[in-house]
Design a protein around this ligand. Structure first.
Ligand code: ZN
Length: 156
């Protein structure tokens, strides 16, 4: 596989990771700010408490398919969720492109980004914030491990 193909694959994976972490971030931040349990088995609509099926939880696409409204109660779903996901995708993609030969740097930048905005957005809820940072750190750790394995497999 050529160097360009490897970089392209890693770029797509970076966008995917940004999307996944962005979706988790949106949920965790909402739960911290509203003093809700951070770990639950399933996601539900905050208005009607109906459990959301898997396809409605797909980042960005779920919001678009639902046209920004809950499928069950028609309450609007804030546009901030797809915007957060887009923000993460753009940030992850850009940092990868700038530091593509130094995975330790962009993995660190990804982690600092999560911590910084979580602390900034939920600083008044310090008890849940510590738990939220721990959960996001675990997600980031898993993603970093996957990323390093992929990086090694592609032998860049
Ligand atoms: Zn609803």
């Amino acid at each position: 596989m050529s160097g360009f193909q490897c970089i392209f694959i890693l770029f797509i994976v970076s966008l995917l990771f940004g999307c996944i972490i962005g979706a988790y971030y949106g949920t965790i931040e909402y739960r911290i700010r509203n003093d809700l349990p951070l770990i639950t088995v399933s996601c539900s609509c905050p208005a009607c408490h109906h459990t959301l099926p898997g396809w409605q939880q797909i980042p960005i696409l779920g919001w678009l398919l639902l046209k920004g409204r809950c499928h069950f109660c028609s309450q609007p779903i804030p546009i901030r969720y797809p915007l957060i996901e887009c923000g993460f995708i753009i940030y992850y993609g850009c940092t990868f492109l700038f530091f593509r030969h130094h995975p330790a740097i962009f993995l660190l930048l990804w982690y600092l980004f999560i911590c910084f905005i979580l602390i900034y957005r939920a600083k008044r809820h310090y008890r849940s914030l510590a738990k939220g940072i721990l959960i996001m750190s675990l997600y980031h750790f898993v993603i970093s491990l996957l990323y390093i394995c992929l990086y090694a497999a592609l032998e860049i």
